[in-house]
Design a binder for this molecule. Sequence first.
Ligand code: LLP
Length: 432
Amino acid sequence: MIYDNLKVGDNGHLYFAGRDTVRLAETYKTPLYLLDEEKILNRCRLYRSAMKAAFGGDALPLYAGKALCIGALYRVMKEENMGIDVVSAGEIHTAAKAGFPMERAYFHGNNKTDADIAFAMEKEVGHFVCDNEDELLAIDAEAKKRGIRQKVLLRLTPGIDPHTHAKIATGKVDSKFGAAIETGQARALTALALSQKNVELEGFHCHIGSQIFDCQPYLDAADIMLRFIAEVKADFGFSASVLNLGGGMGVPYTDVDSPVDYAANIREIGRHLSATCQALGMEKPTVLMEPGRSIVADAGMTLYTVGGKKEIQGYKNYVSVDGGMADNPRFALYEAKYTVLLANKAAAPAIYRCTVAGRCCESGDLIGEDFLIPEPKRGDLLAVLTTGAYNYSMASNYNALCKPSVVILGEKQEYIAVERESLDDLTRNQVF
Ligand code: LLP
């Protein structure tokens, strides 16, 4: 099995996080998102301890809530002493409602509205990661109104191609995010930040992309950022105390991907950072990272009930499930690859080649193509692995489908973290 939290029981059922998935589907109905809490806790602890060892005691991983933004997770992040990356009033609201200490929140986004900025300050979000000059002036103005100095990092684009899917690469010079170092915009943004009375510049941020399997792009990004820090020290006398290297470490979705050794990568980045700081004659900044996918992706699974089967002779076989692009748009958007298993027949030989289709009214609504599973029939249970990140958080109500519930499987107890939407939830904001 691709992950250590999966096994096949004596009854031939797939077990996930120690639970029989057939029992879970009967109890909570399908489609159903499941989360293995132990896996999430272990990843938080791994990031925290590896970063502390590699970068020093003040290093902090910030969980990127865009991967999965639910109150129950923010409670976990609080208990695990993580920081968080938030990108909207909605994420701030969710985290604050869960009691997350907002001093440890970093507010991202390439277009924070005036209302967002005011809301974030109202909620006492500790740090803003500022994207551009207009936004910097708006942050300064709101902070002035409130009589505060808002701590900020500046988001820079180091000009790195991390070799991932184009839609999730963000560190290139022509990115919509941040200020490019290469074009001089980063330097100009820094000068502006230093000249504003109500912002307190702490340092710099970069995020080069998502689903990155190599360590090298991080080393390159760290080099470029540290050289920039040295340059602004020389030019403006400003010593950046914080360097945020963003998120993006990859997660295997199929056995074609190799697992990433997060701790080894962090060690490597730490060694590199120390050496570069020494060579540049500078103090090591406090290092932050922003893992999202690598905290929750492989802690997640979606269960579907199989519906119709369609065998188009000489072409392909379709197996349809009771969910699809509304709860998982990642195939439609990125042609993302997944591993699927027939959960109620997990020990049977996988001999049936098929495309798994969703129930939405679009041909592109697929979970994926070319899967091999045991011969399926209506009523079987299909498990899609690795759906913890960017599934629930990207889910929609397309075709007026209700979003599934999210059930967290803890070591001792299991609980519903998000209730399944009802038909009335769908029409709640409509005026009849
Ligand atoms: N920090 C920043 C500023 C980000 O923009 C992101 C992700 C992260 C951290 C977390 O990256 P992660 O560790 O999760 O790779 N919807 C796409 C992924 C979009 C990623 C957006 N930014 C997907 O489903 O693959």
